[in-house]
Ligand binder design. Structure first.
Ligand SMILES: [Zn+2]
Length: 136
């Protein structure tokens, strides 16, 4: 399995790939220059992934405001965390903003709220704590 990277970087990577896919489709249209209809179909179809990538870039810009900037304990650089667990942008160290999950085996399940609460419950049970701070 491919090593997972920082979420925002991954989304940006997909958006960039869409631009190249769109350009590739448009380029294929060049082979149908004799037929203006097919040529314009290729141009329009090629434009769709490029427009989609612009929407993704716009969306990344919006969700970037919800990220938490932390100093990575591993490489000591500043990195953005999206959601409750994410990877460091520089050294791919898994990071969490939940104190309860610190030092636990890393799982992307912790991005899903009920699974995260379940995991926190289990951790608290193991350590003898029964109450967990309620989510506000
Ligand atoms: Zn790091």
């Amino acid at each position: 399995m491919k090593k997972k990277g920082n979420k925002i970087q991954r989304i940006r990577g997909y958006a960039l790939a869409l631009v190249f896919i769109g350009m590739g489709i448009m380029y294929l249209g060049v082979f149908f220059r004799e037929s203006p209809i097919i040529f314009s179909i290729f141009l329009i179809v090629g434009l769709l992934p490029i427009m989609l990538s612009f929407i993704i870039y716009f969306w990344v810009g919006m969700i970037s405001t919800r990220t938490v900037t932390v100093q990575c304990p591993n490489c000591e650089k500043h990195t953005k965390i999206l959601g409750h667990v994410d990877f460091c942008q520089h050294c791919k160290e898994p990071l969490t903003i939940d104190k309860e999950l610190e030092g636990q085996d890393f799982s992307l399940d912790y991005n899903v709220e009920h699974r995260r609460n379940q995991a926190i419950d289990e951790i608290n049970k193991e350590t003898g704590q029964t109450d967990r701070p309620q989510d506000k």
